[in-house]
Design a protein around this ligand. Structure first.
Ligand code: SF4
Length: 368
């Protein structure tokens, strides 16, 4: 269904029920207003789009992918963003944040939330990407699914203002779900949008969204998105460790970040880390992510995981090799009270070391 058909379809729903049923599609302008939506694939941003389509606004979406989050703030919901855009009948453009994001994450101007989530700086980047699209396509404004006070760090009056201003988007970002609690945007002041038909949802309760979903005949609205990986305490600990062991004027690689998502991690020195798979799938991912300078460890005669030693600027020596071998052996099926062989492969040369498995107490002290 095209954007325009969808718009008409949604507009026809307004006759059925609900608190938003007075919405009137924009029929007066020859050219409908156009908005760029930051679409996450979760419920809130898709409701924001539906509200705009219902008002006769032409909508195009931008989805953001960061190294830590498939799209926007939804843990995993990003997998649905293409489907959601199709359901809505709107065009979708995906924007990838890579090294720029890591540079920001190293020293976010507005700090971190409860984990390593730099939500304010992150949203500034997202708004900026939407702004770029807005300018390129000649759109009039940007919409988001943000709900006032839903997220403590980035969805309060002060934070929303900072984000808008730093992205150079003051007055140009409409949050349809909470608009009545916020100052009128340019689109409302210029009559492109009827403020009267915008939402007044706030807080963490999902009641308003469920009601709105019902209005749009969405039978099984998804649960609230769970937040990106940077808000996960265990993962945040790994990110913090990585950042603090990367030189002041350097950033980690995307490959370093991808590795954080798999296996058990052990800090062996200021620069060196060992990553050990937890199952066959993780072993495969670790193997695929390994670089030519990583050193591989595997128990020789017992089933067990793959471990890779990432040295960074550390030099390879016997001590670090034996330590890595002991840890990898600990997670294999080798007996705990006798020495066993571990295969060590470095630059395609394989050798064997014979070690005892590492003690759990020592392991825990190194674990990230
Ligand atoms: S939770 Fe915060 S850091 Fe993560 S994607 Fe959302 S705004 Fe960005």
């Amino acid at each position: 269904m095209s954007n325009r058909q969808q718009s008409n379809h949604l507009a026809s729903n307004q006759e059925e029920k609900g608190p938003y049923d007075s919405a009137q599609p924009n029929t007066t302008d020859k050219k409908p207003p156009k908005a760029i939506a930051l679409l996450s694939g979760g419920l809130d941003s898709s409701l924001a789009v539906r509200m705009m389509l219902e008002q006769g606004v032409e909508v195009e979406a931008v989805a953001i992918k960061t190294p830590f989050c498939d799209f926007d703030c939804g843990k995993g919901c990003g997998h649905r963003v293409k489907e959601v855009a199709e359901e809505l009948g709107i065009e979708l453009k995906t924007v990838y944040f890579g090294e720029d994001y890591l540079r920001m994450l190293k020293r976010p101007k507005h700090g971190y939330g409860s984990g390593m989530n730099p939500c304010i700086d992150c949203r500034v980047m997202m708004y900026s990407a939407a702004k770029e699209r807005m300018e390129k396509t000649g759109a009039d404004f940007v919409i988001t699914g943000e709900v006032l006070f839903q997220r403590p760090m980035s969805q309060n009056y002060h934070a929303l203002e900072i984000i808008e201003n730093e992205a150079g988007m003051a007055g140009k970002v409409l949050r349809p779900l909470s608009a009545k609690h916020l100052a009128p945007t340019n689109a409302e002041k210029n009559g492109l949008i009827s403020r009267e038909n915008l939402g007044e949802i706030r807080g963490r309760s999902r009641k308003g969204q469920i009601e709105l979903a019902r209005h749009f005949n969405i039978s099984n609205p998804p649960n609230a998105a769970g937040g990106c990986l940077l808000t996960d305490p265990a993962f945040a600990k790994r990110v913090k460790d990585l950042m603090s062991h990367t030189g002041d004027d350097q950033i980690p690689t995307i490959n370093d970040v991808e590795l954080l998502k798999v296996g058990r991690h052990f800090r062996l020195s200021n620069s060196a880390k060992l990553i050990v798979g937890r199952n066959r799938d993780e072993n495969e991912v670790i193997n695929a992510l390994a670089s030519g300078t990583d050193v591989f460890f595997e128990a020789k005669d017992h089933p067990g995981p793959l471990g890779i030693l990432r040295l960074g600027t550390a030099s390879y020596d016997t001590e670090i090799a034996l330590r890595s071998a002991r840890i990898v052996l600990r997670y294999s099926d080798a007996p705990k009270d006798i020495e066993s062989d571990v295969k060590v492969t470095r630059e395609k040369n394989t050798s064997i070391v014979r070690v005892f498995p590492e003690h759990d107490v020592k392991i825990e002290a190194m674990r990230i």
